[in-house]
Design a protein around this ligand. Structure first.
Ligand SMILES: *[C@@H]1O[C@H](CO)[C@@H](O)[C@H](O)[C@H]1NC(C)=O
Ligand SMILES: *[C@@H]1O[C@H](CO)[C@@H](O)[C@H](O)[C@H]1NC(C)=O
Ligand SMILES: *[C@@H]1O[C@H](CO)[C@@H](O)[C@H](O)[C@H]1NC(C)=O
Ligand SMILES: *[C@@H]1O[C@H](CO)[C@@H](O)[C@H](O)[C@H]1NC(C)=O
Length: 484
């Protein structure tokens, strides 16, 4: 009796264990599938874009008659591509989710992980079958070795998925911060712990100039003359210019994890009552038209880091003056983090570092203190590294737009750069006021006097950013504020 029972139990045990093993194997292969989907499929017009065609173009066309939207565009857009210009060309050629050439845009040959590069050969063979990929999952492994010779698929040169390294020691030993957890998530493969987030005097070399000159706009130094780069970056030669959270040692007070609140300007914050919670973080990041006066209960009062480009800041001053925005926030703890887009940013940076006037360009003869207050000095300014912005575009926000003729004006939004910068410098990141799937319920900005729908423009991919925030939240890498 007992012996039979034992045998039966042994059999059941065996069955349970083997089925768990099978389940585990299934899970593993599914999990491996995830980063691949996210990295190469989502960004490019494969499955997702086909199922959910971009309605950007229709929205932009819809919003054409409203001058407010034109203002909004110029706030976030590149000044060289004036709002009306972008809108007009966009209207002339809507992006109806058509499948552009995809050949050159598959996984980079410089993929950070062996898994990814091992897989790239298959990409070449599967391309026409994008939507039918999933069934082939199980047969993948044997193919890897036989197809290796085709490992030649490369990104087009403008992508530039290789970056400088910054080997600074971490500021904390936080056990469950972003850096220690990311490798266990679907983002592990594309997250570079050593990506330089900021640029400063060290980077102003002829060699770097030649490398970065390949990439236009915010992604490199193309169109900038070496003298301008050299003169501006050379001024950034203090500890404060090298580190995002330069005063952590002074603030730490025994804490082993750095907690940052990153505050976007989304209408979801209207009535949120999050102000106190935001202010309780170690650092508070804000961007562009970040008005706090009159909105303290919802958005808080502090700003430790203000991210902007000269263009977005000036446009915010022009567009949101009526709503109370008269320039970047000023306080003793505030650092100004320039997102360089043109030489005008390098020129204003230099004026700010030296507390003088801008020597040429659209801000010619203006005092830096007009924007950043009388305390502005080399100790409270920083500038994002073009490698960092290009890395974000390539690995987190590789939009379908990069396969269109708008590839040169496409870039991550200022808010996206800010949030990802916090993820690369803080241990814990809470994001507030970023776009959520129920965005149509909220006004464009929390400070709008009247409801205004969110505007979509060709130089950013806000839907892709929204999806990224959802994925990062689900992966436990950020805590995204959402309404219940
Ligand atoms: C530092 O930490 C101690 C103990 O946790 C606390 O009582 C004190 O208020 C903190 N000081 C500051 C400046 O935060
Ligand atoms: C400017 O610096 C002075 C001296 O350090 C300080 O007392 C003051 O609070 C600062 N003002 C602002 C707006 O940062
Ligand atoms: C910066 O320049 C302004 C005048 O342009 C001056 O009032 C202010 O004291 C200067 N700030 C510092 C920190 O030197
Ligand atoms: C902000 O919230 C209040 C209260 O819910 C609402 O009356 C107002 O219309 C909202 N503002 C905007 C710009 O949506």
């Amino acid at each position: 009796m007992t012996r039979m029972g034992f045998k039966q139990r042994l059999l059941i045990c065996f069955l349970v264990v083997s089925s768990m093993l099978g389940l585990y194997t299934l899970c593993v292969s599914l999990e491996i599938q995830v980063p691949w989907n996210v990295m190469a499929l989502a960004p490019f017009p494969g499955t997702r874009r086909v199922e959910e065609p971009r309605s950007n173009s229709s929205q932009v066309t819809m919003s054409l008659p409203h001058s407010t939207h034109v203002l909004k565009l110029s706030t976030e857009s590149d000044h060289q591509h004036s709002s009306s210009g972008v809108i007009t060309t966009l209207k002339a050629q809507p992006t109806h989710g058509a499948l552009p050439r995809q050949e050159d845009y598959t996984t980079s040959s410089r993929s950070p992980s062996p898994q990814l590069s091992a897989r790239s050969p298959q990409v070449t063979t599967r391309r026409p079958q994008v939507t039918t990929r999933r069934p082939q999952v199980t047969t993948r492994r044997p193919q890897v070795t036989t197809r290796r010779p085709q490992l030649t698929v490369k990104d087009p040169p403008f992508i530039g998925d290789s970056y400088a390294r910054e080997d600074a020691p971490p500021q904390t030993e936080c056990a469950d911060g972003v850096r220690s957890r990311v490798s266990q998530t679907e983002f592990g493969e594309r997250f570079l712990v050593n990506i330089p987030v900021l640029q400063w005097a060290k980077h102003a070399t002829q060699e770097e100039y030649e490398r970065l000159q390949q990439y236009p706009g915010t992604h490199g130094w193309k169109g900038l003359d070496f003298q301008t780069v050299l003169a501006s970056l050379s001024a950034l030669n203090t500890e404060a210019n090298r580190q995002m959270l330069d005063d952590w040692a002074r603030r730490a007070n025994g804490s082993s994890c750095i907690r940052c609140a990153v505050v976007g300007n989304g209408g979801i914050l209207n009535g949120s009552n999050r102000g106190r919670e935001i202010d309780q973080h170690d650092y508070v990041f804000r961007t562009n038209g970040a008005i706090t006066k009159g909105f303290e209960e919802d958005v808080g009062t502090r700003t430790s880091h203000y991210t902007f480009s000269t263009n977005t800041m000036r446009n915010s001053m022009a567009s949101y003056g009526g709503q109370g925005y008269h320039g970047p926030p000023q306080s003793e703890e505030t650092r100004y983090v320039f997102l360089p887009d043109h030489d005008r940013d390098y020129l204003l940076l230099k004026a700010a570092a030296m507390n003088t006037t801008v020597e040429r360009g659209p801000e010619k003869n203006r005092k830096a203190s007009v924007y950043f207050g009388k305390n502005v000095s080399v100790h409270n300014i920083k500038m994002y590294h073009p490698d960092f912005v290009r890395y974000i575009r390539n690995r987190f926000l590789r939009s379908h737009t990069l396969t269109t003729k708008y590839k040169d004006i496409y870039r991550p939004s200022t808010g996206a750069v800010m949030l990802l910068a916090a993820m690369h410098t803080c241990d814990k990141v809470s994001a507030y006021g970023f776009m959520t799937p129920d965005y149509s319920k909220y006004s464009d900005h929390y400070f709008n006097r009247q409801f205004q729908p969110v505007g979509f423009y060709i130089n950013h991919d806000l839907r892709m950013e929204m999806n990224l925030w959802q994925q990062l939240h689900k992966a436990g890498l950020i805590q995204l504020y959402m309404r219940p």
